[in-house]
Design a protein around this ligand. Structure first.
Ligand code: GDD
Ligand code: MN
Length: 364
């Protein structure tokens, strides 16, 4: 059996000799047949020369020069791998190669995906994170809960059979969480964790930036859509609708407290929540949709939801007139429901036209 170890690198030249040494020792001790594919994103830090000077013929380096990124690099390595079993690990020795045999054993026992895990019982880390960093990591894991029950789904240390990888489809890697992407897109049922000690890197710095963290939210949205299809649309609708409603009611309450006239307050609150929803959509929509400049997109958005907004306003004012003494927030809720119903029907109609109505082109 051949084992392929894929190692993404960006500026890890200093770590490579230590990594290769340790993997070589392991291969000797456990009589493993392996190949190591280092996928470097054109770091130009001497990594190529280091790998070239090594005696181990089973190590090779692939240099990518187009679109940098951890997930894409890992996928490239996995596609090039020839092994029956694929392992992925970081180059900075945070992940102990010595755990690989135990991971292979779990695959042998029928696991689809094995994680070298920091959080499963027996696992540990040497990073002494502050409260906020810890909270951030825990929150990120919690958000992945509907996708997998693993305690450390963010890990970059994992193993799977090549057949599992080849059965995967629609890979769309963004950000850092390639393991989670594989679990979902390869439809891994039996995800097993073995405990590891996650060592802090000795050389170089982490490349995990805030931007990557934000990309994670977008990645999650795609993974939910893949796994839950139409249901994820509904959740999205509820999240956007729910936060928009909260924005509307908060604004309305604040305006009324500042003694703004009632009808004006209602109108401003509706417009405010529209702006809020627009910002939310734009934040999480695809980058293709965001390539248009925002003012034009905003006008488009306002026009598209103007009927709903108008109905919202009218229903709110009507309720207030019909039932004097009703709290304005309650009337606003009635308006929001009416507006949402109109928007919903309008969007179904547009979707219908987009997919079913073929306008005949005039000839000549
Ligand atoms: N080819 C390539 N391209 N490799 C990259 C890139 C890139 O754009 N960015 C990072 N890498 C490589 C690094 O060189 C390293 O070998 C590995 O990916 C992990 O990057 P680090 O910068 O060391 O990440 P980290 O230690 O902060 O994060 C690790 O732990 C996280 C959980 O806390 C990684 O294992 C993450 O995957 C994991 O989520
Ligand atoms: Mn690291």
């Amino acid at each position: 059996m051949l084992v392929s170890i894929v190692v993404p690198t960006y500026g890890e030249a200093e770590n490579l000799p230590y990594l290769i040494d340790r993997v070589a020792e392991l291969a000797q001790a456990r009589a493993l047949r392996l190949e190591m594919i280092i996928v470097d994103d054109d770091s130009r830090d001497g990594a190529v020369a280091i790998v070239g000077s090594r005696p181990e013929s089973w190590v090779r380096i692939v240099v990518r020069t187009e679109d940098r990124g951890l997930s894409g690099a890992v996928l490239e390595g996995l596609r090039r791998a020839r092994g029956d079993v694929l392992v992925c690990m970081d180059a900075d020795l945070s992940h102990p190669p010595e755990a690989v045999p135990a991971m292979l054993a779990k695959l042998d026992e029928g696991a689809d995906f094995v994680i070298g895990s920091r959080y499963t019982p027996g696992g540990s880390t040497s990073h002494d994170w502050g409260f906020l960093r810890w909270l951030n990591s825990r929150l990120a894991t919690l958000l992945a809960r509907p996708l997998t029950h693993a305690s450390d789904p963010m890990a970059g240390f994992f193993a799977l059979r090549r057949s599992t990888f080849e059965a995967g489809r629609d890979f769309n890697p963004i950000g850092y969480k390639i393991g989670l992407e594989l679990i979902v897109k390869c439809r891994c049922e039996r995800v097993v964790e073995i405990p590891i000690h996650f060592e802090d890197r000795r050389f170089g710095v982490s490349k995990l930036t805030l931007k990557q963290q934000l990309l994670y939210l977008k990645h999650l949205r795609r993974l939910y859509a893949f796994k839950y299809g139409a249901w994820s649309q509904l959740v999205q609708f509820l999240v956007v609708g729910g936060t928009g409603t909260a924005a509307n009611l908060l604004l309305l309450t604040a305006l009324l407290a500042a003694r703004t006239p009632l009808r004006l307050s209602v109108a401003i609150a509706i417009f405010g929540s529209m702006c809020f929803n627009f910002a939310l959509y734009r934040r999480f929509s695809s980058s293709a949709a965001r390539s248009s400049p925002w003012p034009g997109a905003f006008v488009h958005f306002v026009l598209a939801s103007s009927a709903g907004a108008l109905i919202n306003y009218l229903a709110t004012i009507l309720t207030l007139g019909r039932f004097p003494g009703v709290p304005p927030q309650l009337a606003a809720l009635v308006g929001i429901a009416a507006g949402a119903a109109v928007n919903f029907v309008a969007s179904r109609y547009r979707a219908f036209k987009a997919t079913h109505v073929r306008v005949q082109r005039k000839s000549g």
